[in-house]
Design a protein around this ligand. Sequence first.
Ligand code: SAH
Ligand code: SF4
Length: 372
Amino acid sequence: MPHAVADLRSLSRAGVDALVARLGEKPYRARQIFRWLHQKGAATLDEMSDLPAALRARIAAEIPLSALERAEERRSADGTIKWTWRTVDGKLIESVYMPETGRKTLCVSTQAGCAVGCTFCMTGTMGLSRNLTSGEIVDQVARANRRLLELGEGAPPRPLTNLVFMGMGEPLHNYDNVKAALEVLLSEDGPNFSNRHVTVSTAGIVPEMRRFGEETDVKLAVSLNATTDEVRNALMPLNRRWPLRDLLAACREFPMKKGRRITFEYVLLGGVNDSDEDAVRLSRLVKGIPAKVNLIPYNENPGLGFRAPEPGRVEAFRDRLVAANVTAVVRRNRGRDIAAACGQLAAEGGPGDPRRRGADRTQTLTGRGSAG
Ligand code: SAH
Ligand code: SF4
């Protein structure tokens, strides 16, 4: 995936150490710079007021520093905020802030668009524009923290407590940058998130799942969404390559930390995957896996041809699972009024709007709801 030059914000801690060494500066400068970037969310080198101006100039000559620009902010009556950010090359990506009692979660994007092409998902209809750099992934968190402090939402050093990688894109299709971003987000001189408070969601890229479990220690969520290969093939084209059997084997073999569970996401689509039989099959599929099922009532996207479950169906489905001893929760729809709920289309004229098909699909993401 082509992407311009490296950016200071995309460097690992070791990368910043190396830069500082190359410039012949004292090692403590690296920590200062890293903290400015990832704890304080400095947008420019000039903000790094305790670095000598000469050093700032020498860094600027070595490597660019960019920040996401806030293109849009939409606030929901339930406290949810959706931000659309513009990257240096003009891509529009989104993050969604969801406050709850005891935690403040940010849902982040990992790609502009997505190549997986799930038929019910607005991001899936756009195709992939490009991978986000690790700098762009971590900067969503820095920008959000800064903005939340400005809005009086929470206290320094960072209002956000939890992160979910459930925005636009398939994290395991952007493996290296997601891994690099996680290292920054969990590092002590960075935002210092706890691994227990960070969840990465995958549509089921089986070969990368094991590697992910071995190389990171954050939580895993898997978008299951169907209980037969026939239905899953129709919803998620990647199921032809990695069918349920292989996916569930990868979940069984996932190198899990003690006491952890895999979260299975299950979007309930009216008349497609929400029958009692589906619930029974689902309970059999996850049997033996330390698991929790997140039921997500479908957020309708005009033009995609799917509908939300009938009233009462969601609860009936959950009750079936619970009766079969499966932990299941219904994920409350957040920010519906601002189209920030999972995969929801925001405004008319967004990329998924059938009236605009064929129009530029990569530049105008404003108006598309976050997939998370
Ligand atoms: N690509 C990753 C992470 C982003 S999608 C993945 O698929 O897991 C995050 C979640 O949103 C997925 O579980 C997906 O099934 C769900 N989703 C997408 N569109 C939705 C919609 N319109 N309504 C409800 N959930 C949706
Ligand atoms: Fe991509 Fe996830 Fe949407 Fe599928 S559900 S198209 S994997 S973002």
